[in-house]
Write a protein that binds this ligand. Structure first.
Ligand code: GDP
Length: 175
């Protein structure tokens, strides 16, 4: 039985739903959660990926430390995948995804030198006050090298498992 250990980052502006996403994804399964003193929330999820493969995910949630620049290099080190999240009712959280993607690409890369696979998540799609269109997200995702993008609602449990499955698939095929 092969076991992969994958460090995955969850980044994005404050209040877009990152902690809720991590909690939603990991709860109900075996997981342990551990609050580090620097404020990074580190959760673990074990996936029985196939008959021959287990995947142990380490999910690093930036946990309210979005402006705490000095810890970012430690945070990014060894990352094999990334979720960039924004809130569809908050246009600045969408615009800031460019910052998050560039920051990631400037501080982390795969051992092969390729960029870290990154999925773009348009969260809170259950809310009525949407200000970011699907067309603009699609264009942005293609222009900036995301593997794909998906609409999610952590609240209604829409696309949470699907998004992580897609990201893990990409990470494993990049290895
Ligand atoms: P973080 O700062 O990015 O970690 O964001 P949180 O996970 O703390 O979420 C911020 C707020 O948005 C909380 O009140 C959540 O309950 C709420 N929230 C998170 N995801 C969703 C969602 O998909 N839909 C709605 N309506 N609210 C959400």
């Amino acid at each position: 039985m092969a076991e992969h250990l994958l460090k995955i980052l969850i980044v994005g502006d404050g209040n877009v739903g990152k902690s809720s996403f991590t909690h939603r994804y990991t709860s109900g399964q075996f997981n342990s959660s551990y609050k580090m003193t620097v404020g990074v929330d580190f959760s673990v999820k074990l996936l029985h990926w196939s008959e021959r493969e287990k995947v142990r995910l380490q999910l690093w949630d930036i946990a309210g430390q979005e402006r705490f620049i000095s810890m970012t290099r430690i945070y990014y080190r060894g990352a094999l995948g990334c979720v960039v999240m924004f809130d569809v009712t908050n246009s600045s959280s969408f615009l800031n995804c460019l910052h998050w993607k560039r920051d990631l690409d400037s501080k982390a890369m795969l051992p092969s030198g390729e960029p870290v696979p990154c999925i773009l998540l348009a969260n809170k799609c259950d809310l009525p006050g949407r200000v970011v269109s699907a067309e603009s997200v699609d264009g942005f995702s293609r222009a900036h090298g995301f593997i794909t993008w998906m609409e999610t609602s952590v609240k209604e449990n829409r696309n949470v498992q699907e998004a992580m499955r897609r990201l893990v698939q990409d990470i494993l095929s990049a290895q």
